[in-house]
Design a protein around this ligand. Structure first.
Ligand code: JJW
Length: 447
């Protein structure tokens, strides 16, 4: 038996996002978001699900916070719904929306849990989409204004801030692959959006510094690992592009002040340009306090002409998959973290999401999700390997506290440490909840 002992100062947490858990979509003056529109469009979401009720956490947050307290987490990562604060994206802030988050954050603090606030976790106000969404620079300024209002309102109370969650998903997945809201399939638009998201991040960081807000700010790009099928250069290059669109594309501008040449060349060959204006790169290239990494999966990849945007195909070589079909690839977690350290230096890192989809149900009051426990064990082992290799890991937040609305998969795909019955909204602690509680308390696991 091997014992893996975690660094003492690691902060433990769980993560969620507003549209995935809150429900109460027409409560207290909330405006519509692109996910309301998208999920109410017939034929898109599995089983016709939508986030109208979700986990009803808007009304049940006190119960949820008691569960967090019992779990023993140090940090809770949540997101703020922009259309609750600005129902039309801009204009006058909605007091009732702000007051909800005050009640929520106050309750976290009273229970000894540190709030980590994501400003943008995909629920763009529909009115912002109506003027072109993230493709329009006006939306970047509206975001910066929303961020400023949040800093002024919650500065000092919330000390950990994340600007944008998973910018690859917001740009390429949602506007080129068309698989998330708003569902566009336009490469030029998606690339423009990727730049605007980085700019929005940079402008929010500027506001944060100008206001002198106490605390830390970062962003949360997602990564996956691609292991080359062979040592042939074309396979290695294909995997570098496949990872490059997650990592270098969204890290180099922030940490180096420029887009990566190997990716720029690729986009240029496709006739795609970037709408970079004067001072944009300076705005994007500002010191941040930490980076959040979301990691779930990895694959073997190889070169295949005209496969997708980047001429890379994933090769199924029989890895075990979670119930959502994603490979279990813990080595990729370790490799990704060390790659980031090697390329960008010793920046403090929070793992802002990591977790597994297993759809175990309640049987006799119990959810036996050993598969999730195994996944978490493997990934926590990779995490400690990265710490032992000098990666500056500050914290680990499991996705997710609760089963919730998994975007186009609706409620069918469950990532929670706590089971939610979506008919009764009853919460049931899974075996993984009790297991994670012990990890937090003891600081070690055994394999
Ligand atoms: C890619 C669709 C296959 C979320 C994707 C779909 C693939 C043919 C989990 N992270 O719910 C990536 N998540 O809100 C943020 N991360 O392509 C949080 N990435 O088509 C979690 C979904 C995702 C994805 C989902």
């Amino acid at each position: 038996m091997a014992v893996i002992k975690f660094s003492k100062d690691i902060e433990w947490g769980t993560a969620t996002a507003a549209y995935q858990i809150e429900g109460a979509v027409d409560k207290d003056g909330r405006g519509l978001s692109i996910w309301d529109t998208y999920s109410h469009t017939p034929g898109i979401i599995r089983n016709g699900d939508n986030g109208d009720i979700a986990c009803d956490s808007y009304h049940r947050y006190e119960e949820d916070i008691q569960l967090m307290k019992e779990l023993g987490i140090d940090i809770y990562r949540f997101s703020v719904s922009w259309p609750r604060i600005f129902p039309l994206g801009k204009g006058e802030p909605n007091r009732k929306g702000l007051e909800f988050y005050h009640r929520f954050v106050d309750t976290l603090l009273e229970n000894g849990i540190e709030p980590m606030c994501t400003l943008y976790h995909w629920d763009l106000p529909q009115s912002m989409q109506d003027i072109g969404g993230w493709g329009n620079r006006e939306v970047v300024d509206a975001f910066a204004n929303y961020a400023r209002v949040m800093f002024e309102e919650f500065g000092g109370k919330i000390k950990k801030w994340i600007t944008i969650n998973e910018p690859w998903c917001v740009s390429f997945l949602s506007n080129y692959e068309g698989k998330h809201a708003p569902g566009n399939t336009n490469l030029q638009l998606a690339t423009t959006i990727s730049h605007h998201l980085l700019l929005a991040h940079g402008k929010a960081v500027s506001q944060f510094r100008d206001l002198g807000i106490e605390g830390e700010i970062g962003y949360a790009p997602n990564g996956e690992w691609l292991e080359p099928f062979s040592v042939q250069k074309e396979d290695i290059d294909a995997c570098n592009r496949g990872m490059g669109i997650f990592i270098e594309w969204f890290f180099d501008p922030v940490f180096k002040g420029k887009y990566p040449d190997f990716m720029l060349d690729w986009f240029r060959k496709k006739g795609i340009t970037l709408p970079i204006e004067e001072n944009d790169m300076e705005t994007i290239h500002q010191p941040i306090d930490f980076v959040g990494i979301n990691y779930y999966s990895g694959s073997v990849g190889r070169y295949k002409k005209d496969e997708g945007l980047l001429d890379v195909e994933k090769v199924d070589i029989g890895y075990t998959k979670t119930d959502i079909g994603w490979n279990i690839y813990p080595e990729g977690f370790y490799k990704l973290l060390t790659k980031i350290k090697n390329q960008y230096g010793n920046i403090p890192i929070y793992i802002t999401e990591n977790g597994a989809c297993y759809n175990d149900d309640v049987k006799n009051g119990r959810v036996q999700d050993d598969n999730r426990i195994n996944y978490l064990k493997q990934h926590l082992t990779s995490l400690q390997r990265s710490i032992d290799s000098g990666v500056n890991i500050k914290g680990y937040l499991a996705w997710s506290l609760l089963d919730n609305f998994e975007w186009t998969e609706g409620y069918a795909m469950r990532f929670g440490l706590i089971h939610v019955n979506f008919n009764t909204l009853e919460r049931t602690r899974k075996d993984s909840f009790y297991w994670y509680k012990k990890v937090i308390k003891n600081g070690w696991i055994s394999m």
